[in-house]
Design a protein around this ligand. Structure first.
Ligand SMILES: [Zn+2]
Length: 422
C-alpha cells in the first residue's frame, strides 16, 4: 500500500479504454519481469481522490484517479505498481484470499460505468447507484503492511523496474511527491500508518539503492517521449472529467495550446454544456492527431449531447476502426444506435453489445441491450443488468418474466434460468 485512505468511503470503478490501455502498456514490462502473463494483469481504475494503488490476488492492479491525476511521470506510476507487485513477490499478500478480491470487485462493480457515459447520462438508476452504493473500499484497511514489508516491497519493486528495463528514478519521483502530499495529510491519518516507514526514510533508501546500481538500461528517448505524451493525455482526461471547471482552468489555462490542455478543456466544456467550444477543441485535436481513437470517441460523446445522432455514430465508428475492440466505445455507439432507431440500428446495437460483453461485461451494456431488444430477450438483458448491480430481487423478477415469453431452448431462456436458480 502506498498510502492508506484516511477513512472508508464509497468508491466506484471507472471504465475507460484509453486510461486502461495506457496503464496496461506501462506496466506490461513489469509484469513480464515478474513472470505474470500480460493477459492476466488487469487494470482497475478507482474513482477516488486518494494518492493510492494496490494489487490484489497478484494480478489485479487497482489505481486511484487521485494518483493518476497527481503523479508527474509514467516512470513514477510504474514505480508505484512495481512497489505493489513487490508486496506480491514478497509474499505479503498470502493472507489475502481470492474470495476477498472477488467480493471487492463485486461491490465496486455496482458503480462501474464508463467515464464518458457518466457525463452523457444513459440510465438514471446508475446515478442512484453511485449515491446509494455500499463501500467496497472499506476492506482495503485490511491491507496494512508492516514497516519491514514496505521496505522489502520498495526494494523488490526497484529490482523489478531495473530488470524490466524501466527507469528506477521513478521511485525517487514518487517519494518526493508523497513527501509533499503526506505532509499535508499527516493530521488525518489512520493509526495503521504508524507502522509505515516515513517517506523520508523510504526516499533515502531508494536513493542509496539506485546509486549502487550499474549499467541501468532505460527506455530510449523516443519511447519515453511517446509514452509521456499518452500519459499526459490520460491525466488531462481524468482532470477534465473529474475536477471542477475552475481547477481545469488553473491547470490548463487558455494560453496553453498543447494537446493535453485542449483535451482537458474540451471535456470540461462538454460537461459545462459549452458544446460548441467542446466540439471546436476536439476537432482541432483530431486535425493534429487523426489516428487517435479517443479524440473521435470524445467527438461522439459531444455530438450525442447535441442530439446529432448521425454525427455521433460516425465519430464512434471511426473511433472503433482505430481502437479495435473497445467495450466502452462499443457500448456508447450501441446506446446512440438504439436511441436513433433507424432500420438496422437495433441489430447493430445488439451486435456491438454482444462483442462488448464478450470482452468485458458491464451493467450499462446490458442496459443498452434491454433497450435494443423488442421481445422477451429485453427482460433477460434487464435481469443480467440487475444481477450485475447486485439487485437479486429485480434480477429474478425480470428473469421470471423473460422465461414466460422465450422459447425453452433459447440461450436467453437458459441464462434466465441460471439467474433464477443461483
Ligand atoms: Zn506498500
Amino acid at each position: 500500500m502506498i498510502l492508506l485512505a484516511a477513512n472508508a468511503r464509497a468508491a466506484s470503478l471507472i471504465n475507460d479504454t484509453e486510461t486502461e490501455r495506457v496503464i496496461s502498456e506501462l506496466i506490461a514490462p513489469l509484469g513480464r519481469a515478474a513472470d505474470i502473463p500480460q493477459s492476466r494483469l488487469k487494470i482497475n481504475i478507482i474513482n477516488d481522490d486518494d494518492f493510492n494503488a494496490f494489487v490484489m490476488g497478484g494480478e489485479d492492479v487497482y489505481v486511484y484517479t487521485g494518483l493518476l491525476k497527481k503523479i508527474k511521470s509514467p516512470d513514477a506510476l510504474q514505480a508505484v505498481v512495481a512497489h505493489e507487485l513487490g508486496h506480491t513477490l514478497g509474499g505479503h499478500m498470502a493472507q489475502m484470499s481470492a474470495r476477498m478480491n472477488a467480493e471487492l470487485k463485486r461491490t465496486m462493480l455496482i458503480q462501474a460505468l464508463g467515464i464518458g457515459l457518466m457525463v452523457a447520462g444513459g440510465d438514471p438508476s446508475l446515478g442512484a447507484g453511485v449515491l446509494a452504493g455500499s463501500s467496497g473500499i472499506a476492506q482495503q484497511s485490511m491491507l496494512s503492511f508492516s514497516r519491514d514489508e514496505e521496505r522489502i516491497a520498495d526494494n523488490m519493486g526497484l529490482d523489478l523496474m531495473v530488470r524490466a528495463g524501466q527507469n528506477p528514478n521513478g521511485f525517487i519521483d514518487v517519494f518526493s511527491q508523497m513527501r509533499e502530499i503526506t505532509g499535508a495529510a499527516e493530521s488525518r491519518i489512520n493509526p495503521n500508518r504508524i507502522n509505515h516507514p516515513l517517506t523520508n526514510e523510504r526516499l533515502k533508501n531508494v536513493r542509496e539503492q539506485i546509486a549502487s546500481l550499474k549499467n541501468i538500461q532505460t527506455p530510449d528517448k523516443k519511447t519515453d517521449a511517446a509514452r509521456r505524451e499518452k500519459y499526459e493525455l490520460v491525466r488531462a482526461k481524468l482532470i477534465g472529467y473529474l475536477d471542477s471547471p475552475e481547477r481545469v482552468k488553473n491547470l490548463y489555462p487558455n494560453s496553453d495550446k498543447s494537446n493535453p490542455a485542449l483535451y482537458a478543456r474540451a471535456i470540461a466544456n462538454m460537461r459545462g454544456g459549452n458544446l460548441d467550444a467542446a466540439r471546436m477543441g476536439t476537432k482541432t485535436l483530431i486535425s493534429r492527431a487523426p489516428d487517435n481513437p479517443y479524440f473521435y470517441e470524445l467527438l461522439g460523446d459531444i455530438e450525442y449531447q447535441f442530439g446529432h445522432y448521425d454525427d455521433s455514430i460516425d465519430a464512434y465508428d471511426k473511433s472503433l476502426e482505430l481502437a479495435g475492440d473497445a467495450p466502452q466505445i462499443q457500448t456508447a455507439a450501441a446506446l446512440v444506435l438504439a436511441e436513433r432507431d433507424k432500420p438496422g440500428d437495433r441489430a447493430r446495437a445488439l451486435d456491438l453489445c454482444r462483442r462488448a460483453t464478450l470482452s468485458a461485461p458491464a451493467p450499462l451494456t446490458y442496459w443498452v441491450m434491454a433497450r435494443a431488444f423488442d421481445d422477451g430477450r429485453a427482460d433477460w438483458a434487464r435481469a443480467e443488468y440487475y444481477k450485475m448491480l447486485g439487485d437479486d430481487k429485480n434480477a429474478k423478477k425480470y428473469a421470471r418474466r423473460a422465461q414466460k415469453t422465450l422459447k425453452k431452448d433459447s440461450p436467453e431462456y437458459i441464462k434466465s434460468g441460471d439467474i433464477l436458480h443461483k
